[in-house]
Write a protein that binds this ligand. Structure first.
Ligand code: 5GP
Length: 190
């Protein structure tokens, strides 16, 4: 997505060496036109899959998940972040670790909204070490649902998440992949 790359080069800022701030168009203020284009492109990549629901994690994955779900005509489920595990009768609960906050959390999804007949597409804004995506993967597994794949807006290819997911044989589609951000200079992989 050349327009997304252009926007990243124009507006994104590198913080603390390896955090990319995209608050001006994705994580705080949202450029809805660009968001709709992202949703169309993610739909195009997974169009062959019989997706029944899209799973993401609050809060920054929700907008991209909704833009993608519009094209599949399916609901979005967003996993909720909590500090403690809930009763197993009500929710699928998985331990995860927040890359941006550098602290553990519990990811919860109600058992009401995901089941063994579902074909789930996981969507998120960023892929760093893969913690969020792998925790959502575990929820799909616990529910006995089928995984269609994982779609990400920005992969930071210098971190380990992409390899961890591809090594599992999972289909991973990323709209842009960043090779390095050294000294604040963003270099794309392709
Ligand atoms: P991971 O779980 O793959 O280590 O990190 C992905 C999650 O952390 C995403 O849900 C995203 O919200 C957040 N994240 C990771 N790296 C970045 C980054 O460079 N910028 C922003 N804005 N969020 C990030």
């Amino acid at each position: 997505m050349d327009n997304l790359k252009k926007r990243i080069l124009e507006d994104a800022r590198v913080m603390d060496k390896d955090i990319l701030k995209v608050d001006s168009f994705l994580n705080h203020q949202i450029d809805v036109k660009l968001l709709v284009e992202m949703g169309l492109e993610l739909h195009r990549r997974f169009a062959g899959e019989p997706v029944t629901k899209i799973l993401t994690i609050e809060s920054s994955g929700i907008s991209v998940a909704c833009a993608t779900a519009m094209n599949f005509h399916v609901p979005v489920i967003f996993a909720k972040k909590g500090s403690s595990r809930k009763s197993d009768d009500e929710v699928f609960s998985v331990n995860a670790y927040s890359y941006t906050k550098q602290e553990p959390y519990v990811m919860n999804v109600s058992r009401k909204y995901i089941g063994n007949k579902d074909h789930i597409l996981i969507i998120d804004d960023f892929l760093a070490n893969g913690e969020a995506a792998l925790a959502m993967l575990e929820i799909v597994r616990m529910a006995g649902a089928t995984l269609a794949g994982i779609g990400i807006v920005i992969e930071k290819a210098f971190q380990k998440g992409g390899k961890a997911i591809r090594d599992k044989g999972i289909r991973l589609e990323t709209l842009v992949s960043i090779q390095s951000m050294e000294n604040g200079r963003i270099i794309f992989r392709d």
